[in-house]
Design a protein around this ligand. Structure first.
Ligand SMILES: *[C@@H]1O[C@H](CO)[C@@H](O)[C@H](O)[C@H]1NC(C)=O
Ligand SMILES: *[C@@H]1O[C@H](CO)[C@@H](O)[C@H](O)[C@H]1NC(C)=O
Ligand SMILES: [Zn+2]
Ligand SMILES: [Zn+2]
Length: 441
């Protein structure tokens, strides 16, 4: 039976019975399997893989994703999918379906990392010092895969799917800029995924409520007075002051935070001095801090500044602290909507089997997907890639990071099913409501 056949069958049932379309209805639950079969078809799978490899060879950093964005637009053009560009420098918004409400969004991030790839393979990064080491190349390819599936079934879509190709996830807060540009206006829900090397192929995992932490970055310059290393009394040593600052910063989580409220302060950068016998003028340190609540993250921010300045002063040094709010905005916590969690479990369970839909412990990592979730209900989940018979996978942000490309059709089909079924269910629930058209169209 075709997808539209199911819909009209179920929809007409729902006209006579006062029950909403339930995901246990046989027709709706077959959508996931049908989409997965389509995505696994040789030519579709090969096409998704080839897009991922092209992007992998040409990684671009946040807000510089010009070629990636062009490739996306070229593919959307070929499929006859309309889009809006540019949004937030390199972002692309695609639209599939009726052009009318309800609207549901799917998001992929496009940026790479400033890392030299160490994996030797045919499609290794051609740009020295830049690499897709977080899998965003795969995310873009899977969203284009979803676009193909949805466009193929566009006649059956009961509303509009908004494809969000987002710049600058890695610290740049591209999601924040897209929200400010109004991309979520009239959109009812948004879904996003991330490839995950620690979870088996064929499995997905996430949770309801807080999933990833809020995060901020800081950098501090601790200034003393340089001089001869053998005559310390004529200098003010910023190396020792910075060392004490770092030790004091470690007391924030251990002594000031509630042990049941997870938080992290990590100093990841320490730069100072260049010779064995010279005390330098200054030292630069930097790092990140994480917490789940807004209150805790703001408390950490305030105390980090106080501790750096106060502890530097103990050793007669001056310090300035910069939180880089413009280039690296604070990311809120990624908090999944409870209703969407149940919905996701139904859709993913229908596609992969309920035993392959895992519950996940929250992580202290962070994601700018959280900016969307501050505005509308959103759901973020992880797509497993581990398969020992295909070799070990390195963790994200490693120069040895690899993608298990066999999961690409799963991600594409999940995206497409989440959107298509969401529209069917929302349309059935609100068919009597008169909702405004999306401003973008
Ligand atoms: C792991 O890969 C092998 C082939 O390389 C495949 O037969 C197997 O189904 C994969 N395992 C899972 C869980 O997908
Ligand atoms: C710290 O700042 C004060 C006031 O500007 C200045 O007088 C002092 O020399 C500075 N100390 C160091 C070690 O830079
Ligand atoms: Zn990353
Ligand atoms: Zn990432």
């Amino acid at each position: 039976m075709s997808f539209s056949g199911w819909f009209f069958f179920i929809f007409s049932l729902s006209l006579f019975a006062p029950v909403p379309i339930s995901s246990s209805s046989e027709g709706v639950s077959n959508i996931a399997a049908e989409f997965l079969n389509y995505a696994k078809k040789g030519e579709v799978f090969d096409w998704i893989k080839s897009i991922r490899r092209k992007i992998h060879e040409h990684p671009e950093l946040g807000y510089e994703e010009f070629e990636t964005s062009k490739l996306i637009r070229t593919e959307l053009d070929k499929m006859g999918i309309s889009y809006k560009y540019p949004v937030a420098v390199t972002g692309v918004l695609g639209f599939i379906g009726t052009g009318k409400p309800p609207f549901v969004a799917l998001r992929a991030d496009m940026d790479a990392l400033p890392l030299q790839e160490m994996v030797e393979w045919e499609h290794k990064s051609k740009i020295p010092g830049k690499m897709h080491a977080c899998g965003h190349d795969a995310h873009v390819a899977m969203l284009l895969g979803a676009a193909k599936i949805l466009q193929e079934h566009r006649e059956d879509l009961q509303g509009t799917v908004v494809l969000v190709f987002q710049p600058a996830e890695e610290g740049g807060g591209g999601a924040k800029k897209l929200v400010e540009a109004g991309v979520l206006e009239n959109v009812k829900a948004i879904f996003g995924l991330h490839v995950y090397p620690d979870l088996n192929e064929g499995k997905v995992s996430s949770t309801s409520g807080p999933l990833l932490a809020a995060s901020g970055f800081f950098e501090a310059v601790i200034s003393g007075k340089g001089g001869h290393a053998a005559i310390p009394q004529h200098s003010i040593d910023p190396i020792l002051a910075a060392s004490n600052v770092i030790v004091s910063l470690q007391h924030l989580v251990s002594r000031e935070a509630d042990p049941l409220d997870s938080q992290v302060v990590t100093i990841a950068k320490f730069q100072g001095g260049g010779a064995f016998n010279v005390i330098p003028d200054s030292v630069t340190i930097g790092g990140t801090f994480r917490a789940f609540s807004k209150k805790s993250i703001l408390q950490l921010k305030q105390r980090i500044e106080e501790v750096i300045i106060g502890q530097a002063a103990v050793q007669r040094c001056n310090a300035t602290v910069n939180f880089h709010g413009n280039e690296k905005p604070f990311y809120p916590a990624t908090v999944n909507d409870e209703g969407l969690h149940e919905y996701f479990q139904d859709v993913a369970g229908d596609m992969l089997g309920v035993l392959n839909v895992k519950d996940m412990q929250p992580l202290m990592g962070s994601e700018d997907f959280s900016f969307y979730q501050e505005v509308i209900p959103g759901y973020f989940f992880f797509l497993g890639m581990k398969n020992e018979t295909k070799g070990e996978l390195a963790s994200g942000h490693s120069p040895f990071f690899k993608i298990n490309e066999d999961v690409l059709p799963i991600g594409a089909a999940l995206h497409a099913s989440l959107a298509a079924r969401y529209l069917l269910q929302t349309q059935a629930d609100t068919s009597t409501l008169n909702v405004k058209r999306h401003d973008e169209l």
